[in-house]
Design a protein around this ligand. Structure first.
Ligand code: CA
Ligand code: CA
Ligand code: CA
Ligand code: CA
Length: 340
């Protein structure tokens, strides 16, 4: 229920002769002005209330209290409640506001998460590529160092030589560990190949151990001097006849296929992968140099990436479209001990 306005109450009181001389209503008079349910009081009761109110005012004055203290407190109370109610109204959220806030938060969080994952993927990729390149360089360095020494035989008694000269496997001996005229100790008999687990394996004659991991393939081709004229044999087009023993298991120890089948000086996708027959198979002791391919790969497969490149690795054609990235290294190693 609302209160009577002071104006209306003043008129009502004046009509009944209860108003004060000033004519100004006193809101602090609870009986007359502050009741939420004002009612017309009998004159005697009203005068008694006025009398009691006058006594109360005098008591306040005597005691030092302001006669308008209740009045002020009442006003302040009303104002404070109004402010409090006003604050409460403003501090709330509607369901729509909450949903909008959640939607905006979701969009922002999704964007932040996307940026984070992109940065993370980029970091992982850079790390993987660096590792791949390092693996390739390590494989190249280790194999180059030893293939260069193939056939090393300081005593002339060890019979060091090439044992197998395949397109994806190389096997040779060298009396380099102890120079004792034999090739019986580990390290004198070396084989390189790639395992099914894509590790470059080095067999030292006693143990077959991985050198580096994540090697998709290795390839070898061999240059030879079949006529012993001191120069590497070339084709009709003047190109080196890079050849392989196409079947290392038949133990014939002969190079029988050359790989630059179109005789353009490079071994590429344009050549016949199976190679072409040499006019005369070449014994492995005529080998003078080795061309080497190392196809390194990233260890982690990226499902969003596709490497459709077909890599030429000697007589192999490698198309590992499995989400991994690849890095192909090639080099040529002169076997400095094979012409001696
Ligand atoms: Ca030895
Ligand atoms: Ca020659
Ligand atoms: Ca063979
Ligand atoms: Ca070619």
């Amino acid at each position: 229920m609302g209160r009577f306005s002071p104006h209306i109450l003043r008129i009502a009181c004046s009509d009944r002769g209860y108003d004060r001389p000033s004519g100004r209503p006193r809101v602090s008079d609870p009986a007359t002005y502050c009741s939420s349910t004002p009612r017309i009081q009998p004159p005697a009761v009203a005068r008694w209330h006025t009398h009691l109110h006058g006594l109360a005012t005098k008591i306040r004055k005597i005691s030092g209290l302001s006669p308008d203290l209740d009045n002020q407190q009442g006003h302040l109370g009303v104002m404070e409640r109004a402010e409090r109610n006003k604050g409460n109204f403003r501090s709330g959220f509607s369901l729509v506001e909450l949903l909008v806030a959640m939607a905006i938060t979701g969009v922002v969080m999704a964007a932040v998460f996307k940026i984070y994952t992109t940065q993370q993927d980029s970091y992982v990729l850079q790390e993987q590529v660096a590792e791949m390149q390092q693996n390739g360089r390590t494989a190249k360095y280790v194999m180059t160092r030893e293939i260069r020494m193939a056939g090393y035989d300081p005593t002339g008694l060890a019979g060091a030589e090439f044992i197998s000269a395949g397109g994806n496997i190389i096997h040779f001996t060298m009396d380099i560990t102890d120079e004792d005229g034999t090739i019986t100790v580990p390290g004198d008999d070396i084989t390189y190949s790639v395992s099914a687990d894509k590790e470059l394996m080095r067999n030292d004659g006693a143990n077959n151990q991985p050198v580096v991991e994540n090697v998709e393939a290795v390839g070898f081709a061999y240059a030879f001097d079949a006529d012993d004229d001191g120069s590497i044999d070339t084709s009709a087009g003047g190109n080196i006849m890079w050849a392989i023993d196409s079947d290392v298991t038949d133990a014939d120890s002969r190079l029988d296929k050359y790989l630059d089948t179109n005789d353009d000086g490079i071994i590429s996708i344009d050549d016949d992968a199976a190679g072409a027959d040499l006019a005369t198979p070449v014994p492995l002791d005529k080998i003078r140099a080795v061309k080497m391919w190392i196809l390194a790969r990233t260890g982690r497969e990226d499902k969003a990436f596709a490497d459709s490149t077909t890599y030429v690795v000697a007589d192999q054609r490698v198309n590992a479209n499995d989400g991994s990235r690849h890095h192909l290294l090639t080099t040529t190693v002169k076997c400095r001990n094979m012409a001696l």
